[in-house]
Design a protein around this ligand. Structure first.
Ligand code: FMN
Length: 208
């Protein structure tokens, strides 16, 4: 199953266009594999609350690593409510073979809508090994290898580190459309050609 998430606050969005094309390609190649779509910007998941942290603490204290057993942590009405929010999100992740995330870079990092989703579905010592993550991103500047801004790309670095370090997922792919701000910022007009080249390469990659 392909779980497809989008996180851009814009509807006319580069990261949405890239994820949409990736999903089209994937679904054409796997017509019977199933598909779930979730728009984290239009339909945001709530931030975790205290009852969620109680579930998390229970899972850690009781060394529950089997996701199917997390429900044992639910003991109070508030925890029931927290569980009702997170369980469908978690079910989608567990059922997925590929988790596709269309996301902009916001303030050197990820949108809070995406972070809220990550917080909801993540528990201690939780493995998603065997699955793949694909991230289709868009950013105003350029953060590739050798650029002055490479060290402040806390979007790709964070997601890569988290998916590998916490979820034990080795298969993580990023495709970025860069220099998007060159379309808007007159001071970056000279970089419009570089933006076009980045976008074309990204569109080609996701269509492959
Ligand atoms: C709130 C906000 C913060 C942003 N922060 C950054 C940033 O730190 N670095 C950057 O290169 N671009 C930044 N941008 C530009 C976006 O990454 C760019 O517009 C991108 O195209 C957004 O993706 P989308 O087209 O899918 O909406 C920001 C845009 C917004 C709206």
């Amino acid at each position: 199953m392909l779980l497809h998430l989008d996180a851009s606050a814009r509807r006319a969005s580069f990261s949405r266009e890239l994820s949409r094309r990736y999903a089209e390609t994937w679904r054409a190649a796997h017509p019977d594999a199933g598909y779930v779509y979730r728009d984290l910007a239009a339909d945001p998941v709530p931030h975790i609350g205290e009852a969620w942290t109680e579930l998390c603490d229970y899972v850690l204290e009781h060394q529950i690593t089997d996701i199917a057993r997390y429900k044992e942590a639910v003991r109070t009405p508030a925890q029931e409510q927290a569980w009702a929010v997170l369980a469908p999100l978690l079910d989608e992740v567990v059922a997925a073979d590929v988790i596709l995330i269309g996301t902009p870079m916001y303030n050197f990092s990820i949108p809070s809508s995406l972070k809220a989703w990550i917080d909801q579905i993540t528990f201690p010592k939780m493995s998603l090994a065997g699955r793949s993550f694909v991230v289709t991103g868009a950013r105003g500047g350029a953060y590739g290898p050798g650029t002055p801004r490479e060290p402040v790309d806390h979007e790709e670095r964070y997601l890569r580190d988290f998916f590998k370090g916490h979820f034990a997922v080795e298969d993580v792919t990023f495709v970025h459309a860069e220099l998007v701000n060159a379309c808007l910022d007159p001071a970056l007009a000279h970089l419009r050609g570089a933006h076009e080249a980045s976008l074309s390469a990204a569109l080609e990659a996701v269509s492959r």
